[in-house]
Design a binder for this molecule. Structure first.
Ligand code: SME
Length: 154
């Protein structure tokens, strides 16, 4: 997988009107291992599902911070890579096909404002390159989100 060219595409998509959704769609469509891709945004003490793409909707549209792998990543501010969800007691099940998961926090300054959540249908679907790449994508999404919020206030 050419992460550099994917990153360049994402930088370009960040200029589009529905940038967050366009980036989610691209991650889902371009990386066969990324079976379900979603963004959760922090609202008070919860994470609320925003843009997503995958074969099915999830019932977890609101997750308390501290709950699940999603909540853990926000609470710690660190990327969570779960090689086998069946062996992680924090895991909140969404799809029977999910075998592994990566959750990458999105920061505005030092605060976590959201996260990228990706489910994989294979065990150990996410390696160190995925982590590095998705942490750069999270920085792009932080810019998209904060400029959208600024535009909404004008
Ligand atoms: N598995 C996540 C919940 C979100 S779904 O994967 C879309 C978790 O454990 O927090």
């Amino acid at each position: 997988m050419d992460y550099e060219s994917a990153y360049r595409t994402i930088m370009r998509l960040a200029q589009e009107p529905n940038a967050a959704q366009a980036i989610v769609n691209y991650l889902h469509d371009h990386f066969p291992a990324y079976s379900w891709v979603g963004l959760y945004w922090v609202e008070g003490a919860d994470l609320v599902l925003g843009e997503w793409k995958g074969p099915e909707a999830t019932e977890h549209t609101r997750i308390a911070i501290g709950t699940g792998v999603c909540g853990a990543a926000v609470a710690s501010g660190r990327t969570e890579v779960v090689a086998a969800v069946s062996r992680d007691p924090r895991y909140l099940a969404c799809f029977p096909s999910t075998k592994s998961e990566i959750v990458v926090p999105i920061f505005a300054g030092r605060s976590v404002i959201g996260e990228i959540d990706i489910d994989g249908s294979a065990l150990n679907a996410f390696g160190p390159e995925d982590q590095r790449f998705l942490e750069r994508v999270a920085a792009v999404l932080a810019g998209v989100r904060t400029s959208t919020a600024r535009a909404a206030r004008r």
